[in-house]
Design a protein around this ligand. Structure first.
Ligand code: ATP
Ligand code: MG
Length: 560
């Protein structure tokens, strides 16, 4: 394709509304334009990239026996009411005003509906049905460009099996296909076991990439691959070395001392010599949660220990419960349940609040003075702590979900009455799985991992064109005709080439656009090369440049 004829509106400047690299570069390279918050138009270059990704997805889904569907995005609301998901999705679901329709945020219901009408016997399973189609979600905070859109493309697949054992097989097939898809795309990803949230069901895993644009924080071990959301992640942490000197508890005046840091400075003690107090309300009952030093309470862990809803006590409730305000609360003479983090087990000579404003208590021996404390893992893992599997150092970072595989079980088949006859002629609910990949996210995440200050760096599997051919000065007839000849030759060799034949664009601007768009190899036709009968090649990723003899060009390019 000739650059002079295609619509690739590149931008020199960084658009003001874009912050993360993929968003900036997708706008600047002319792949996308925003239509409204969270709604993006894919321009020809961007759509070409979408097709590259979806082709890889299709090939790998077909390889595990997937059959491609195309379901309507406009859905009768009724079906979604049968599974209670109009309520579950809440404001995230788009409703149409004039009819009882919704715009589908995913397609479990519709696939199950078709399975119900068409799968009658165990002999007709397994089935893997998938589609690559637009989804609609009224995301509260669309941001990060196409990574969180209100309209986005999803590859969604659904498996239908006659037993949970067979579901395991379908699930494993998807796990394999997902690894192949993301490997082929060249993404550095990791897999996190996850709770399945609004989708329901049992086992699920998320395929994630590290990114500052992510909304999840994960702990990851590069050595053994352990990965978990920090809400549930575990680690091994150095035990605290207690001061074993036997002392009675004593009260000490600490005027205006509120935080652990202030307390440590005031008393010239280490953080690990303190126990921080937080009061939560669980089933209308106050609970004191004690943490070592500045360790923060992990509310997800606390919730799973206590079961049910918890909330931090309001500041104005604290005095009634403990006798003191925030900053002076502690375990001594605290009359309700006390939970302590595992790190405090066996703690001696600890300082904590005195339940009296502006006073603390020292010399606390957890076993002796807080005998009712119940110990649990209540803290959030931090970078540098040791992996519980292999004892290597853990990393903690933000991550984005690329894809998700779920064992749904019979949640949707039960709700919609999708049953089949088993070997004994008995009716059973179909056992289902569901498997999603965000197509735009694959592209955006690839860019997040593959760019430099000049632009995107595509790899061979995703490159938008095989080569970019650049004629430095199309005003020179000799150069123009030489470059055009090479372009025709490359086309006849079935290479897909972007030919920068623009007449009124300076060489510098052509180089800048080529680097921005990021095709892996640039073929450069310049004056010096023409004289010497040589052609310059530039490798986008490394910036490496070298010349080949003009008559060896095709041979050289075929090697690459
Ligand atoms: P997230 O936690 O990021 O909102 P999700 O759990 O809602 O994701 P799923 O319902 O599992 O996502 O959807 C399957 C895939 O669709 C996700 O793994 C993600 O890649 C993609 N996806 C989900 N929401 C969006 C969105 N708003 N914009 C772009 N892609 C999305
Ligand atoms: Mg979501």
């Amino acid at each position: 394709m000739k650059f002079s004829e295609v619509f690739i509106p590149t931008l020199k400047e960084t658009p003001t509304d874009a912050i993360i690299p993929s968003h900036i570069l997708m706008l600047r390279s002319g792949m996308v334009r925003m239509l409204s918050a969270g709604i993006y138009s894919f321009l020809p270059l961007g759509y070409k990239m979408i097709k590259k990704v979806t082709e890889i997805i299709r090939e790998e889904m077909d390889a595990i026996g997937g059959q491609e569907f195309h379901l309507p995005a406009l859905n009768p609301k009724e079906i979604w009411e049968e599974t209670n998901r109009v309520e579950a999705f809440g404001d995230t679901m788009f409703h149409l005003k004039n009819r009882d329709y919704v715009l589908a945020p995913t397609h479990e219901e519709i696939m199950t509906y078709h399975a119900k009408g068409n799968i009658n016997s165990y002999k007709e399973m397994p089935q893997i049905w998938y589609q690559i189609q637009t989804k609609f979600r009224n995301e509260a905070r669309p941001r990060s460009g196409v990574i969180r859109g209100r309209q986005f493309l999803m590859k969604d697949a659904y498996s239908f099996d006659s037993s949970f054992e067979n579901l395991d097989i379908s699930y494993k097939k998807h796990d394999k296909a997902y690894r192949r898809i993301f490997d082929r795309c060249g993404l550095k990803y990791f897999v996190v076991g996850a709770s399945s949230g609004a989708m329901g069901g049992s086992k699920s895993e998320e395929f994630m990439v590290k990114s500052d644009a992510g909304e999840d924080t994960v702990a990851y071990c590069e050595h053994c691959g352990y990965a978990a959301n920090v809400e549930v992640a575990k680690s091994i942490i150095e035990p605290i070395k207690w001061n074993l000197e036997e002392k009675e508890i004593f009260e000490i005046s600490t005027p205006n001392i509120k935080s652990i840091d202030e307390l440590c400075e005031f008393l010239r003690i280490k953080e690990t010599e303190t126990a921080k107090s937080r009061i939560y309300i669980h089933n209308n009952q106050p609970i004191l949660v004690l943490m070592s030093g500045n360790d923060e309470v992990n509310e997800t862990k606390l919730e799973s220990v206590l079961g049910g809803e918890i909330r931090p006590a309001h500041p104005e409730e604290l005095k009634n419960i403990s006798g003191a305000d925030a900053g002076s609360i502690g375990p001594i003479n605290f009359n309700f349940r006390i939970l302590a983090d595992n790190r405090l087990r066996g703690g001696k000579n600890l300082y904590s609040g005195a339940n009296k404003n502006d006073f603390h208590i020292g010399g606390i021996d957890m076993e002796r003075d807080v005998p009712t404390a119940e110990y649990f893992d209540l803290r959030t893992v931090e970078a540098g702590e040791k992996c519980t599997r292999c004892e290597s150092n853990l990393d903690v970072f933000k991550a984005i979900e690329l894809g998700h595989i779920f064992k749904l079980g019979t949640k949707y088949s039960d709700a919609l009455g999708a049953t089949f006859l088993d070997e004994n002629g008995k009716d059973n609910p179909i056992v289902m799985g569901s498997y999603g990949i965000g197509v735009e996210r694959v592209l955006a995440c690839f860019i997040e991992q593959n760019y430099d200050e000049n632009g995107i760096i595509w790899n061979d599997n995703l490159k938008p064109f095989d080569f970019e051919l650049i004629a430095l000065n199309m005003k020179k007839d000799e150069m123009a005709s030489a470059a055009t000849k090479i372009y025709e030759k490359l086309k006849s060799e079935k290479f897909d080439v972007l030919f920068d034949d623009r007449v009124n664009v300076q060489a510098g601007a052509k180089f800048a656009d080529a680097d921005l768009i990021g095709i892996p190899i640039q073929i450069i036709i310049g004056e010096r090369g023409l004289k010497e009968n040589k052609i310059d090649l530039k490798i986008r990723k490394t910036g490496e440049k070298f010349s080949v003899a003009a008559d060896k060009l095709i041979e050289e390019l075929k090697k690459r």
